[in-house]
Design a binder for this molecule. Structure first.
Ligand code: SF4
Length: 343
């Protein structure tokens, strides 16, 4: 209707959109909005259509209405529940995490180096294994100089059996050489500097900034934080990688929680919200998930949750059989659904 408005007429809807403002204020032509009484009386033959300039965003899309920042509907309750479930502080990460593996009496730069080393060893590795490897390394002498002076074979024996230990031997050597050459034997004090080190990614960099430098630069998202954020519906859209999850979480999660969230969710993932067969029957968040969450009825995850009370009473062999049987049932259900769709 706006496009058919003529000069001197006014939009009865009185919308405050860009279209009306643009027309009414004459911002583009320099004409000010005239009061109704001043509107010229135009004879029909002198009426002419006036060019309306509609302002679009630069990319050509329609102007967007400002909306409230998104946040998950029940995240505060879910967070409180996780805090309650984590109150015992008895998960592996609580006693053997990267912030517990350094020598408390070592000089500050050595402590920071040990934090970085434990983070590098921890990827794809259980906390217990990382902690044991760090104990052996510290007994050997976990400093930049000592790592550089140790041959690859010995270093491999010291850190074995951490995941991808052969690659980690190479990364430890390369990183130590770079630290000695470019950073005076200390670790960089920025995410940009840390991710330049071989074998150090964004997750490690943010955790190193937090633990070693006591600066919160971003959320450390590992496989637990990634999985649980998706299960709880804490992401605007489901994500595929930890890095996507980090960016999505940082869009809404208050900054003062960025440090705590890693510790909370990692321990929660180690004890309750396990990767396979999560203990939903004892989880305070069961039923509090959002519509997008995998835990909701009709999804595989929820069905798996429902089977948990029965599964945890069985021994491991029976449990494995139950899981196989359950997955086979799911497979058959899926096939029958697909067949119905096709027919
Ligand atoms: S209900 Fe189950 S899947 Fe959902 S958060 Fe709790 S343990 Fe994880």
């Amino acid at each position: 209707d706006l496009l058919s408005l003529e000069e001197g007429t006014f939009c009865l809807a009185n919308l405050h959109c860009k279209h009306v403002l643009c027309f009414a204020s004459g911002a583009d032509s320099g004409n000010a909005l005239k009061p109704e009484t001043d509107a010229p009386t135009l004879s029909s033959h002198s009426r002419r259509r006036r060019q309306l300039k509609v302002e679009y965003d630069k990319d050509g899309s329609m102007p967007q209405l400002k909306t409230e920042p998104w946040e998950p509907p029940r995240w505060k309750t879910q967070l409180e529940n996780i805090r309650a479930m984590r109150s015992g502080r008895d998960a592996p990460v609580d006693n053997m995490g990267a912030d517990k593996c350094h020598d408390a009496d070592a000089p500050a730069h050595v402590k920071r180096f040990q934090v970085l080393v434990s983070l590098m060893l921890s990827s794809q590795t259980k906390d217990q294994v990382t902690s044991a490897a760090m104990q052996k390394l510290r007994a050997h002498g976990c400093t930049v100089e000592n790592i550089l002076a140790t041959n690859d074979e010995t270093l491999g024996q010291l850190i074995y059996p951490v995941g991808f230990w052969r690659n980690k031997v190479k990364y430890l050597k390369l990183t130590s050489a770079m630290l000695q050459k470019e950073f005076g034997g200390d670790i960089p004090d920025s995410v940009e500097g840390l991710v330049r080190l071989p074998g150090v990614g964004p997750k490690m960099a943010h955790l190193a900034m937090d633990i070693a430098w006591d600066q919160v630069s971003g959320i450390g998202v590992d496989t637990h934080v990634h999985r649980i954020s998706n299960r709880l519906g804490w992401l605007k859209k489901p994500t595929k990688t930890p890095e996507e999850t980090r960016k999505s979480l940082e869009e809404w999660l208050p900054r003062e929680l960025w440090s705590e969230i890693n510790w909370l969710l990692v321990g929660f993932g180690q004890q309750v919200c396990l990767p396979v067969s999560p203990l939903c029957s004892v989880c305070l968040n069961h039923g509090l998930e959002t519509p997008d969450n995998l835990c909701l009825p009709g999804s595989n995850q929820h069905d798996l949750c429902l089977s948990v009370p029965r599964l945890i009473t069985l021994d491991s062999r029976e449990k494995a059989g139950e899981v196989c049987f359950f997955l086979f049932q799911k497979f058959l259900t899926q096939i029958s659904k697909t067949t119905v769709k096709i027919t």
